[in-house]
Design a protein around this ligand. Structure first.
Ligand code: UDX
Length: 470
């Protein structure tokens, strides 16, 4: 018991919660007290409930007693949020480090023994050194602090599996003896279930930059595919065929090449903006422009999808009922941050459609919270009047002129959902816009739907409306 490593984790969101749950399960780590103690955990992740139930109260504890948690820990994980700044210098691009700084100050205030601080939040490069500076400046007892960067690569919806079987674990440290020793200590925690060859020790800057780089490169893949999808729609090429053909080249690889109505989530946009901001601050304007373009294509894709919807529905959606299926930024999560669906819903509502949204995991208040982002209170009031949160697919689709698929939930696949029934309850012509490439267009066309899929030409070949440029 006495030589068991104790880990405290500051932050219990999408990274902190699952990471510590798996750590507790695999590494038999001792942590402190109560918190996530109900049967309905604050976030949804496949497999998370089971892991938490197995460890909670034994090796996994949730607490609000931050002082005690810090004092007892040998290692402190910091996984608090670092949202993009909304106001002030760097608004819209720079990360807000308020929570990170406050963690560093809290750690300094309560520590009574040497600590290893592990930065798990995605942060701008140089943050580890900021934490180190704050700790150094507030260290009356002369404690030894080592700050490590250990970015989390889990994706939402697959968090537990990603944590159990990571492609790599990246640990960044100072390259002096103290830094390397701390890195080894953290490595030994992961070594309980991760092959040593997959644990990669690097310097702090490399680690911090790699996290931004990995997300930027993933987002760039999606924007590349989505840029091609626009080209496919006007030429008759089919984006699924194009991406399959490209992905079969092993140098390109087949993963993460799915065309969509645009990427969302709390990471991609924020991390690209962070990369743009660093590049700009260092006067690397061409580099900033290069990464900014990934976002430009993403914004373009969302708007383009809505333009296609309106254009195909005889150039007007005023007073038409539109069923939006899926609001989460991807399947298997209830997270709505930066979801492309919000842009779609807002634009349709602003064009006077009556939008009915159904999502198996998204609650009404999180939907409304996300819709409120980036618009004035007055605009939001107008939008809100046009939006209803539906309890079922049929409720959303009944009397609707169009179904718009925004999230690739399995239950929306044509193999799982009864589209004949949906078709029956809709107004005719019944449109179906697939923003996720999950339905078989020819099968649904046979039922009677006018199907429009991202990345392939309009089903109405004679209709030139869609090609018009504004
Ligand atoms: C991402 C990274 O994958 C993860 O490694 C990092 O730790 C956090 O950011 P996450 O945001 O949870 O994870 O989800 P991800 O699966 O990457 O999807 C992001 C967005 O891209 C989603 O909206 C998704 O629908 C979209 N996407 C993804 C596509 O449109 N096409 C694809 O081929 C893949």
């Amino acid at each position: 018991q006495s030589n068991m490593v104790k880990v405290a984790c500051l932050g219990a969101g999408y990274v902190g919660g699952p990471t510590c749950a798996v750590l507790a399960l695999k590494a038999q780590v001792q942590e402190r007290i109560a918190g996530w103690n109900s049967n309905e955990l604050p976030i949804y992740e496949p497999g998370l409930h089971e892991v938490v139930m197995q460890c909670r109260g034994k090796t996994l504890f949730f607490t609000t007693d931050i002082k005690k948690a810090i004092q007892e820990a040998d290692i402190v994980f910091v996984s608090v949020q670092t949202p993009t700044k909304k106001t002030g210098i760097g608004a819209g691009v720079a990360s807000d480090l308020t929570y990170i700084e406050s963690c560093a100050r809290t750690i300094a205030e309560h520590s009574e023994s040497d600590k290893i601080i592990v930065e798990k939040s995605t942060v701008p490069c140089g943050t580890a050194s900021v934490i180190q500076t704050i700790l150094k400046a507030n260290n009356p007892k002369g404690l030894k602090y080592q700050v490590l960067s250990n970015p989390e690569f889990l994706a939402e919806g697959t968090a537990i599996d990603d944590l159990m079987n990571p492609d790599r674990v990246l640990i960044g440290s100072n390259t002096d003896a103290g830094g390397l020793e701390a890195a080894q200590k953290l490595k030994s925690l992961y070594a309980a279930w991760v092959e040593p060859s997959k644990i990669f020790l690097v310097n702090t800057w490399s680690s911090e930059l790699s996290k931004l780089a990995a997300n930027a490169m993933l987002a760039q893949r999606v924007s590349s595919v989505n840029a091609l999808s626009a080209l496919c729609e006007v030429t008759g090429a089919n984006v699924s065929e194009v991406t399959r053909a490209c992905g079969m080249d092993q140098r390109i690889g087949k993963h993460f090449l799915q065309a969509s109505l645009g990427f969302g989530g709390s990471c991609f946009q924020k991390d690209i903006q962070s990369l743009v901001y660093i590049s700009q601050s260092l006067h690397l304007n061409e580099v900033a422009d290069y990464w900014r373009q990934v976002m430009t294509i993403n914004d373009y894709q969302k708007v383009r999808f809505v333009k296609r919807i309106i254009s195909r529905m005889f150039d007007t959606v005023t007073h038409k009922k539109i069923a939006v299926l899926g609001f989460a930024f991807k399947k298997n999560t209830g997270d709505t941050r930066e979801t492309a669906a919000a842009t779609v819903v807002r634009l349709l509502a602003q064009d006077n459609a009556n939008v009915f949204v159904y999502d198996p995991k998204v609650k009404e208040d999180s939907m409304l919270f996300e819709l409120r982002q980036g618009v004035s209170e007055q605009e939001f009031q107008q939008i809100q009047k046009k939006i209803t949160h539906s309890k079922s697919v049929l409720e959303a689709c009944s009397g609707a002129d169009a179904v718009v698929i925004c999230t690739e939930w399995d239950e929306f696949k044509d193999t799982n959902m009864n589209y004949e029934e949906v078709y029956k309850v809709m107004r005719k012509p019944a449109f179906l816009f697939d923003g996720r490439l999950i339905v078989n267009a020819s099968k649904l066309s046979k039922i009677g739907f006018q199907v429009e899929v991202i990345g392939s030409a309009s089903s109405q070949k004679h209709d030139t409306r869609f090609y018009k440029e504004e």
